[in-house]
Ligand binder design. Structure first.
Ligand code: 13P
Ligand code: SF4
Length: 358
């Protein structure tokens, strides 16, 4: 591994922008009747392994309403892999990891995009679709990585490391992206770092992703002391205990996890890479060391695989619900804007990554 230098953590600890006012929620205009149950049966088929009939009685009317509203609004829903199954499989039009969503956002043919994910993802969609209406169902859906660093922090890093390229994880605000040379996601971080053609690169703000990348490249990595509040809670000791309980178990981890967790894993990759690994390898029993809902989404499609679930939930992702998505489409709320001057520079950093990985 190359030399690793941590720089002080930002003192900014607040999450994403706070919502000013929210209209009172309304129940679905549909009710769960035998006729509605029959009509929605093909959609229930997709999730019946992970959603109980009782739960479906709550979800089905909202799913029907959302799917109708999408047509009326000419809208698409971009759903991150951490959405719960009734969102991911029943109303999500484009589904995937951060890179897949960013790439698809650039190609989307719709007037409205609803981001079933967190605020930085919605900002990325806005950067790539400045003329479209980008909605996030809950404006307070932030990210501990995005709130760990500010644009001013990045300017300080530029001064401290003159001439060193700055790669930022997409899990940052548009204002931070605007100060950086290029963005990356967990699925392309090594490639992006190496594309800089420099002996030293700043890879911010996730210290654990940076440590992982440093094991995969000869480029010296300097990072920031940010962390994902979901992945940093996993421990190597916890994974060792799974191995003791079942020596045949497979453990696959996201690179936002600490190094001892990655060392104890059979495979490390982005959320999409983890899903593909399970689908390709069909292990008898597997632990997905990442946000908990993803295991449910994969389990819906792989009933032959047993999932052991250390259930770490992302409180920001879990702010997104069917009800809020419905409200988002009904009231066209909450629209995400990016300051035009910031957007020009942030877009350059995102497009550079998208072009590199196309
Ligand atoms: P990926 O989906 O790109 O792997 O990122 C995970 C994540 O934590 C997004 O918030
Ligand atoms: Fe941010 Fe972690 Fe939640 Fe992803 S899982 S949105 S990195 S806090």
């Amino acid at each position: 591994m190359n030399l690793y230098t941590a720089v002080p953590r930002s003192d900014v600890t607040t999450a994403s922008p706070v919502l000013a006012s929210v209209p009172a929620r309304t129940p679905s205009k549909y009710v769960f009747t035998p006729a509605l149950a029959r009509e929605m049966e093909p959609i229930y088929e997709r999730v019946k392994n992970v959603v109980t009939p009782m739960e479906w009685m709550q979800y089905a009317p909202l799913v029907k309403e959302i799917n109708e509203l999408k047509k009326e609004r000419n809208a698409v829903i971009l759903a991150h892999n951490y959405m719960t199954p009734e969102i991911f499989h029943c109303v999500g039009d484009i589904r995937g990891d951060s890179l897949q969503l960013a790439k698809e956002a650039a190609r989307v043919d719709a007037d409205v995009i609803v981001q079933a994910g967190v605020h930085f993802m919605a900002e990325t969609s806005k950067l790539l679709n400045p003329d479209k209406t980008i909605l996030i169902p809950d404006m307070a859906a932030g990210c501990s990585l995005a709130s760990s660093i500010t644009a001013e922090d990045v300017r300080m890093l530029r001064d401290a490391y003159p001439g060193v390229p700055i790669v930022t994880y997409v899990n940052t605000s548009a204002a931070v992206k605007a100060e950086c040379d290029i963005t990356c996601t967990s699925s392309n971080a090594v490639k992006v770092v190496e594309s800089m053609g420099a002996p030293r690169v700043l890879l911010i703000p996730d210290q654990y992703l940076a440590k992982y990348v440093a094991t995969q490249t000869k480029v010296e990595i300097i990072t920031w002391a940010g962390a994902c509040e979901v992945h940093e809670r996993f421990t190597g000791a916890e994974l060792d205990a799974y191995r003791v309980s079942d020596p045949g178990i497979k453990i696959i981890a996201h690179p936002e996890c600490p190094p001892d967790v990655i060392a104890a894993s059979d495979f490390t990759g982005s959320t999409a890479a983890m899903i593909n690994w399970v689908k390709d390898n069909r292990p008898k029993k597997v632990v997905l060391v990442t946000e908990c809902s993803m295991a449910s989404n994969v389990a819906a499609e792989t009933p032959d695989v047993e999932f052991v679930r250390p259930c770490n939930l992302c409180p920001h992702m879990k702010r997104i619900s069917l009800e809020k998505i419905r409200d988002s489409l009904l009231y066209l709320q909450h629209e995400v804007h990016v300051d035009p001057e910031v957007a020009v520079r942030a877009r350059r950093a995102v497009e550079r990554m998208v072009n590199l990985t196309n």
